[in-house]
Design a protein around this ligand. Sequence first.
Ligand code: NA7
Length: 538
Amino acid sequence: MTAPATPVRRVDALVVGAGLSGLYMLHRFRGLGLDTVVLEAGSDIGGTWFWNRYPGARCDVESMEYSYSFSPELEQDWDWTEKYPTQPEILRYIHHVADRFGLHDGVRLETRVASAHYRDAEGRWTVTTEAGDRYDTEQLVMATGCLSTSKLPEIPGVERFAGRTFHTAHWPHEEVDFTGRRVAVIGTGSSGIQAIPLIAEQAADLTVFQRTANFSMPANNAPLSEQAQAERKRGYREHREAARTSGFGIPVPEATRSALEVDPTERHAQYESVWGRNLVGMLTSYTDSIVDPAANETAAEFVREKIRGIVDDPETAETLCPRDHPFGTKRPCLDSGYYATFNRETVHLVDLKKTPLTEITEHGVRTSEAEYAVDDIVFATGFDAMTGSLAAIDIRGRAGRPLADKWADGPVTHLGLQVAGFPNLYMITGPGSPSVLSNMMVSIEQHVDFVADTVAHAHTRGDTVVESTEEAEQGWTDHVREVGDYTLYPQADSWYMGSNVPGKPRVFMAYIGGVGAYRAHCEQLAADGYPGFAFSAR
Ligand code: NA7
């Protein structure tokens, strides 16, 4: 006797991921009357903010900017407590939103999607979970996040280590105590830079293994005063509009001059005025900050001076000074006491550029020069960014073509939203959209709204299938590359370029044309009847 096949559940729309984008997509699709299910691998909603619970985990966009704008009542009712929100506070906010808009019952937790196959004849997708459940859906939205598939260092021995290991992106739910322990942290991106000062407060001894020195600016985080909050709330609508039309999704004054045409004293004063206040301002102080190496170097050297001013030991300070990539071309960080942590006697820095990691041993971490005995290892080694979570699912479009095959040389997309040959498949903040080069909330809402509006438009026409054309996709992919090549971004070995994952094609995966220009382009397409999209009925 064969086991009966799992019944297929037929829905209008299936969303993968219950983070900030998946939940808003659910809300919008329900508003269109679509029977929608969200499948979420985690045991609770929240996406990035569910998983990344390491000490010091905090958003480096201000809380009053990093929040939904779709509901004026929501933004008036919710009170943030700090300038930059902690992970627990963002998670509480996400739960508040899910409660308020009745979203919980649309989400199936602990459900990881294994495959999604398009059925040409019917114009529908079959989605199968790892547990073997099957869904038949017209619309399929990948709200899988840009930074959700974590990576470990590519060195042998992790399983051999006798002590405790942690990855910042899979932190335990219970508190981890490092008191009295010898700890290694590998990785100095945003996660490492946020966690290191707090781990150092507890650990008996902390060794930081740095492959690339990063640029970081003090967050100067503080409680949000009632007055500041009330003031923003009074002008919230205008502020949101300014964010939507800005470059990075955070309103800043527009630069008018080259960094090289102002005298050094004035330039220094300008950097001082944004230092510790506005990270985007450091990138946008001058028209050529991110396109001209000499202009960029003025900002880079300003940060190095700050590092030398904080770190007592000159050799350690030099090791912490980034020199191998232009300022801003790897994600610059915000910190709370990161550089000063290296003034503690119990904290040591190992430069992996000089002495590379070779293996994890039973007792600790070995480099080409020495073995460091530790009790705990914290991997702050980042993610297979932008494409990792899509690659983890067996996605097949028309004629059974795998997405992996289509993207063998790097992602090609139309607007970072769709892929030709994969009808009705949408990505929220996918590669080729402003995504990680913007305030994610602004980009998420724009993408979700565009998807909902496009689906509604198709249905109004009596169509059920929307697919980007090959020409539109090629045109957009070329445009993303051209705009990227105009900047210094491709010069860095960054996760924006896929360089942190061995074997990944080296392609600049985000759109740096700005969220305002991107939004205007999308709105124009919609106003013109969606050129570059083919509509049909099944
Ligand atoms: P990141 O920014 O990718 O940082 C990962 C860090 O781990 C970075 O310093 C890496 O060095 C380092 N790393 C990665 N692999 C290795 C190996 N094999 N050996 C040594 N060091 C390694 O991830 P985060 O989690 O910190 O932050 C991700 C984003 O989340 C952040 O940008 C914000 O947008 C929020 P590398 O620089 O690759 O030389």
